[in-house]
Design a protein around this ligand. Structure first.
Ligand code: UD1
Ligand code: UDP
Length: 382
């Protein structure tokens, strides 16, 4: 029996892990057992526990409770805790998701003591090393044994960085295997789409009319921490609601919630607070989020996950960043990168309201990426 040690910590990782845990439970019982370690990077009820309650993910076997901190302090505490658990549990491999500090900590802790690393969401690049995520994902990929890229572009990035397509088994940190395998988040969106429609009451709770509101999320560190960027984005949102008489729903990440009053000038802050068309809420559950995405007219976001979910649910997306790792979305004209440029955000909104994207091709696999990943792990990890 293979023992996988899965590291989760930030909200999107908890959601991603649901797909693999589901595949293990349904199709790999007797072949794979999973030990789940929550680093505690995210800890508010609505940033963590809500997903366990709703998505049928096993409760973590360990919680390191590291909480928030500077990159160094947070990552160091995680490395320390993860190493101790690896030495005790002696897993066959560690499974890491995405590009957060929890991912990096898992990669460092495991690779140094020769535990094979399985990286899910490998190969994605923004080519912008001022992002902490870019550093985390590059470091993690380069100590991994099995690298599962959700997109063709991600797979090609790995080849450009020297990974070889023709390595043969047995695989190791020095002889890694790269895959283009589809996206576990596409698996999740298919699995939870109808459940969200049936179970989530969020549209009624927020008094929204289906297809007559816009959804926005903002949490990327440069957008929240640089006052000019935060100002440009919120000023654009304020103007859009007034020009179009349309509601914008904003489930606000705690990072953004904390910085809003500090980084917006008093006039804009007051305008946002009194604007009845801007509906600011606490972070919502994943089913709530899917219900909002499915019923929104358009989505504005700086989130990686939300960009893709906009695409899965065939909604035009305005990307509030200078670049995206999910280049396919832009290549097929389903999303436009506006940066934190107020005029560009407003112009792109006006464009998308009149011109819906022509098509949303199937770019993210067949909805069975998690099963594929499990079957390759069973073949190649001993
Ligand atoms: C992290 C990831 C980012 C990912 C995001 C998903 C890193 C470097 N960044 O960013 O890639 O897109 O998670 O949401 O790993 N906070 C709370 N309660 C919580 C969690 C955070 O109040 O439960 C606040 C704290 O003030 C904290 C701040 O949010 O300092 C930032 O949290 P942190 O986990 O460091 O980074 P994120 O911005 O969430
Ligand atoms: N999400 C959620 N509730 C929210 C906001 C986001 O459940 O209030 C989900 C969203 O549907 C997606 C994931 O969280 O699956 C994205 O996480 P986030 O935007 O925090 O991080 P990123 O994907 O940018 O790393």
């Amino acid at each position: 029996m293979l023992k996988l040690l899965t590291i989760i910590g930030a909200r999107p990782q908890i959601i991603k892990a649901a797909a693999l845990s589901r595949a293990i439970k349904n199709d790999f019982q007797g072949q794979i057992t999973e030990v789940i370690v929550h680093t505690g990077q995210h800890y508010d009820e609505n940033m963590s526990q809500v997903f366990f309650d709703e998505l049928d993910i096993p409760q973590p076997n360990y919680n390191l409770n590291v909480g928030s901190g500077t990159h160094g302090k947070q990552t160091a505490a995680m490395i320390d805790g993860i190493e101790e658990i690896l030495l005790k549990e002696k897993p066959s491999a560690i499974v890491l998701y995405g590009d957060t500090n929890s991912t990096l900590a898992g990669a460092i802790a495991a690779s140094k003591i020769h535990v094979p690393v399985v990286h899910i969401e490998a190969g994605l690049r923004s080519f912008n090393k001022s992002m902490p995520e870019e550093i985390n994902r590059i470091m993690c990929d380069h100590v991994s044994t099995l690298l599962f890229s959700p997109t063709k572009a991600g797979y090609q990035n790995l080849i450009k960085e020297g990974f070889k397509e023709n390595n043969t088994a047995p695989y190791s940190i020095d002889n890694p295997k790269i895959y283009h395998c589809g996206d576990v988040m596409f698996d999740n969106s298919l699995h939870f789409s109808e459940i969200a429609e049936k179970k989530s009451g969020i549209i009624d709770q927020l008094k929204l009319t289906k297809n007559d509101f816009v959804l926005a999320t903002i949490h990327r560190n440069n957008n929240t921490d640089e006052p000019e960027r935060l100002h440009a984005i919120f000023s654009a949102l304020d103007k859009i609601t007034k020009q179009h008489q349309i509601k914008i729903v904003l489930p606000l990440h705690p990072r953004t919630a904390k910085l809003l009053s500090q980084n917006l000038n008093a006039e804009l802050y007051s305008s946002i607070k009194t604007n009845k068309q801007i509906v600011i809420t606490e972070p919502v559950s994943f089913l709530g989020m899917i219900a909002l995405e499915k019923n929104a007219q358009l989505i504005l976001t700086d989130s990686g996950g939300v960009q893709k979910e906009a695409f899965f649910f065939e909604k035009p997306c305005i990307i509030l960043r200078t670049e995206t790792e999910w280049t396919e979305l832009v290549d097929c004209n389903a999303a436009i990168v506006t940066d934190a440029n107020e005029n560009k955000i407003i112009d792109t909104f006006n464009y998308f309201i009149k011109n819906r994207p022509a098509s949303f091709p199937k770019l993210f696999g067949d909805g069975k990426a998690a099963q594929f990943i499990c079957s390759e792990i069973v073949k190649h990890i001993s």
